[in-house]
Write a protein that binds this ligand. Structure first.
Ligand code: FRU
Length: 483
């Protein structure tokens, strides 16, 4: 949120973006000594994907980030692909005789004439100064495989009941689980993924954690799995999840069918923060706000990509089905002034509201009397419009960014994004609008739709409309920047 960032076209206010050059997946998300750390896949030489480093940023509130020097550089074992970080509180590694510090567990990706196909292995690095500088472990790699080409993206956590470290690793179209007592020696536990979920692409960036079920004593284990781009499927890269049990060795999903974490195109490779203090207790997640289908082409200059707003995850149970609930972290509230403007307003055709903001948030509780279609238009300018359409005949919520601004850099970008709704008679929508994105959270976080847009201006007006009938906006408020 520096002045510089605000001056550049499309540069987000509320979302982290690298000051220069390329970024993809969030890595090593961790809270330690009052700071949230966000490491990220970074090419410091170009604004396109290339030799991967770990970039680094820190935040005290998950909204305003300070970018720090690069944390991890490529070395003779390869470039630095995605991975995670943990605090080694009990010095299980022997790296921290004096006081606890952070260990990064990442993938080395080695590609050369002799290493073709490329070789992927897991390495460690550790830091004595809160992630500012790093020492690579001298006996890297700590985990490799003789035949698997896709063997990457380790997410590690301490599993309390079995008193050991657990790693989930993407291994082709499956997730392999390993365990260790010291982060150095790893044993294979199990493999998950055959005949379950979506296999539309290679599996990447897993995360495994326990979540409490809302209004209930119960808790479940959730496995997030990102799925790489498949050129035959319009959605491009996206993230699925499984809900089930984990005993320290085997994850078992308790459902069939595929659950999607986000119905928008632009939320990929997201994982959760490690070591959030127990008294806080939240599971906080953020994703890379782009899509492999067009990430290298988006129309920003000198920098590319941004992260989603960090989201608090929960789990909602309806009979025997569990859904991840995601809401923006409450820290975001400090950046807005609440301004209630709508109460019990009937809309027959269209109502326009002036909403000239550099970033904003809109929440609407809408009841549908008899409209066939209804929704919200974000008028970035008189000609750049992003539309949210609720289609009561098809039971869909559609986000149409075809007229949102620049869309021509990819044939895929303008294709509509859709969510199947079980009920179109009532809907609650919360939307975060920033310089080049719209994030929609529906029905208190039961669904999310994250979408990039490249309009000439962020927002001038917002309109609510109903076609062939009336809607009632029971309550609505527009939040403006708190400046
Ligand atoms: C996911 C991914 C990871 C890999 C990284 C490389 O977006 O493909 O599987 O570690 O990006 O940058």
């Amino acid at each position: 949120m520096t002045k510089l960032k605000q001056a550049e076209k499309y540069r987000p206010y509320l979302h982290f973006s690298p000051s220069k050059n390329w970024m993809n997946d969030p890595n090593g998300l961790i809270y330690f000594k009052g700071e949230y750390h966000l490491f990220f896949q970074h090419n410091p030489h170009d604004s396109k994907w290339g030799p991967m480093h770990w970039g680094h940023a820190v935040s005290k509130d998950l909204v305003t980030w300070d970018e720090l020097p690069i944390a991890l550089y490529p070395d003779e074992d390869g470039t630095i692909f995605s991975g995670s970080a943990v605090v080694d509180w009990n010095n299980t590694t022997g790296f921290f005789p004096d006081q606890p510090g952070i260990v990064a567990i990442f993938t080395h990706h080695l590609e050369s004439e002799v290493h073709n196909p490329p070789k992927q292995s897991q390495g460690l690095a550790y830091s004595y100064d809160n992630g500012r500088t790093w020492i690579k472990y001298r006996n890297n790699p700590v985990l490799k495989h003789d035949s698997k080409v896709d063997f990457r993206d380790p997410k590690v956590f301490w599993h309390h009941s079995s008193n050991k470290w657990v790693m989930v690793l993407a291994t082709g179209e499956s997730i392999s689980i390993y365990s260790s007592h010291n982060l150095i020696d790893w044993s294979f536990e199990s493999e998950f993924g055959e005949n379950i979920g979506s296999h539309d692409g290679v599996w990447e960036c897993p995360d495994l954690f326990e979540l409490k079920v809302e209004n209930n004593e119960e808790s479940k284990w959730v496995l997030l799995v990102s799925i790489g781009d498949n050129p035959n499927i319009d959605n491009g890269s996206r993230t699925q999840y499984f809900v089930g049990t984990f005993d320290g060795s085997i994850f078992r999903a308790e459902h069939e069918g595929t659950k999607w974490l986000d119905y928008g195109k632009d939320n990929y490779a997201g994982v959760s923060f490690a070591d959030i203090p127990e008294e806080d207790g939240r599971r906080i997640y953020l994703g890379w706000m782009s899509n492999w289908r067009y990430a290298n082409e988006v129309p920003t200059h000198g920098w590319r990509s941004q992260m989603t707003i960090p989201r608090e995850l929960g789990l909602r149970r309806d009979k025997d089905s569990y859904t991840i609930i995601q809401v923006p972290v409450q820290e975001l509230d400090y950046y807005f002034t609440r301004k209630e403007i709508i109460k019990n307003e009937w809309i027959g055709k269209e109502l326009r509201y002036d909403f000239n903001v550099s970033y904003g948030m809109i929440t609407l509780n809408i009841g549908n009397k008899d409209a066939v279609k209804y929704g919200v238009n974000i008028h970035h300018t008189p000609t750049n419009v992003t539309s949210i359409i609720i289609d009561t005949q098809k039971n869909l919520l559609v986000l149409d960014r075809n007229k949102s601004g620049i869309v021509s850099f990819s044939d895929n970008f303008p294709i509509q994004q859709e969510i199947k709704l079980s009920d179109t008679r009532k809907i609650k929508l919360s939307m975060i609008i920033d310089s080049s994105s719209i994030e929609i959270f529906g029905n208190g976080g039961e669904f999310a739709l994250t979408s990039l847009v490249y309009p000439d201006k962020i927002c001038e007006e917002v309109s609510l409309y109903a076609l062939d009938g009336e809607i009632n906006v029971e309550e609505g408020y527009f939040l403006k920047p708190n400046t």
